[in-house]
Ligand binder design. Sequence first.
Ligand code: SF4
Length: 320
Amino acid sequence: MLTAFASCRITYSPAYTLVPTYECFNRCSYCNFRQDPGKSPWLELPDAERILKSLMGTGIREILILSGEVHPNSEKRTDWCDRLYELCELALGLGFLPHTNAGPLSFEEMARLKTVNVSMGLMVEQVTPTLLETVHRHAPSKVPGVRLQQLAWAGELKIPFTTGLLLGIGETPGDRQATLEAIGQIHQRWGHIQEVIIQPYRPGTHQSGEAPGLELKELPAEVARARAILPEAVALQVPPNLIEEPEILLACLEAGCRDLGGIGPTDEVNPDYPHLQVDRLKRILEPAGWELVERSPVYPQYHAGLSPRLRSHLIQAGYY
Ligand code: SF4
């Protein structure tokens, strides 16, 4: 029985993830995505075009451009940014809606990518600096101030933004609270955080080290904590493929989660945990009274603020 919230609608975005490169100069010990710089060939535009054309007419709307990071001082950085931009342009031209998450960007890089993305994202993960001595020891991009600066710049640039917490990487309950408060404060100033992902860390088969992980039964309480701290306008998301037990997924919804993120063929960040597809999710949700509905990668309250060009792409995709 539904108790806490009037709305019974749970949203998701039909999505496909394009990976420009898996190479990343950071080495987060829990990462199941990265490859060493120079070891991951970049996605070429003709290959991307072939993939995107194969998705036309399948119902996929969002193209998540998810990339490993090229060092800001690398001579390859400009080419990498150009590739991100070109992939977004390609996706737009074929009728898709790009959402880029490629790690920390300079203000200029972010401003340029804004012109070809309906929304963008970056996980804050956790704001405690103690993780820089453990799981983020070799991950300069995970300096908390760098991540919060990204959120602020996105606000300054009026980019509808997705961020989130990664839970179970060695943080304390107090750290989680501080991270939510920091996100909430930035949203209060700029009003651009459309959703916050409450993501449990789940171990995979490619990581180089270990993190404690989150007891999944703790997740509903973490959703409730986020709901209590963040403004109501900020949607909460959990990734259903990382929650094996339907009862826990339903408890997260009861606790205030209203979105299940991008649903597509592969979770590139968690390749050991295949996405639950829409039919399977409906079989879990509908008997409990929840209706699963599609959404665009930019939440409705931000549609009017998009550039005329991006708004026209949203209209063409049937979302406006
Ligand atoms: S988690 Fe992200 S930043 Fe860290 S190593 Fe993996 S791809 Fe790079």
